[in-house]
Ligand binder design. Structure first.
Ligand SMILES: C[S@@+](CC[C@H](N)C(=O)[O-])C[C@H]1O[C@@H](n2cnc3c(N)ncnc32)[C@H](O)[C@@H]1O
Length: 227
């Protein structure tokens, strides 16, 4: 079956960039902020051992070069086989698989860390609980999941989503909804942090943003829970 994102194999980054051009920031700024957040979360929740990680809805794998040195084994899955083909061509050291979007193609407890970055707003709301339960199934007891999503409370996020041609099907979910889904799936120590509030990479801006992580202002949020 042809998936929406099959059509964006070669221009995914350009389409994202054109939806955020108004911010004056490159897509790489947003990717680095996510990598920094994940690095800090891994250190705090999983310790010094590099985790085996599954990235669900990995698309063309543009996030994966930023994970070098941060994780051990890295797998990526996506419903778009064209995106997976591109990801494979760009990141030879990552294990990529296309799948049907329902059951993740891995055994129970196969990973220390499972992420879904800007994916759930493309999943039908009726499937959200199953999606999170699959994250729960493939992460080991004591392992961590992290869902990064657009913050629907941020007006600039809504503007970017409205300008992004592949977000026409998007149903944004707030951090409260994501946390409730995690609780229902049996996760504990559930938390959320808002980020991408200030458009600068300098340390002082990152510190201010860190201090405001509980305030629902950032363009995106990360919700996380321990299995
Ligand atoms: C906006 S892209 C994000 C890609 C990547 N995570 C990133 O941040 O660059 C959303 C991705 O989710 C994938 N997707 C949509 N529904 C999915 C599902 N049920 N399971 C896995 N991936 C899905 C799409 O094919 C697409 O590649």
């Amino acid at each position: 079956m042809t998936e929406l994102f099959d059509g964006y194999r070669s221009n995914y980054r350009d389409v994202v960039q054109s939806s955020i051009d108004f911010s004056g920031l490159p897509h790489s700024f947003f990717m680095r902020a996510k990598a920094d957040l994940l690095r800090e979360l891994i250190a705090r929740r999983l310790g010094p051992v590099k985790p085996a990680m599954l990235d669900v809805g990995c698309g063309v794998g543009s996030f994966h070069p930023l994970l070098h040195g941060m994780v051990g084994r890295l797998c990526g899955i996506d419903v778009s086989s064209a995106s997976i083909a591109q990801a494979r061509a760009d990141n030879r050291d990552v294990d990529y698989r296309a799948f049907d979007g329902s059951n993740f193609p891995f055994d129970d407890s196969a990973f220390d860390l499972v992420t879904a970055i800007c994916v759930m707003h493309h999943v039908a709301p009726a499937e959200w609980a199953h999606f999170i339960s699959e994250m729960r199934r493939v992460v080991r007891p004591g392992g961590l999941i992290c869902v990064i999503e657009h913050n629907p409370l941020n007006p600039l996020t809504r503007l970017a989503v409205s300008r992004c041609e592949f977000d026409r099907d998007a149903v944004l979910l707030g951090a409260g909804t994501t946390r409730k889904l995690m609780a229902a799936a049996g996760f504990r120590e559930i938390g959320a942090r808002y980020f991408l509030l200030l458009p600068w990479e300098v340390k002082s801006a990152r510190r201010v943003e860190g201090a405001l992580g509980n305030v629902p202002l950032g363009a995106q949020y990360a919700a996380f829970g321990t299995a």
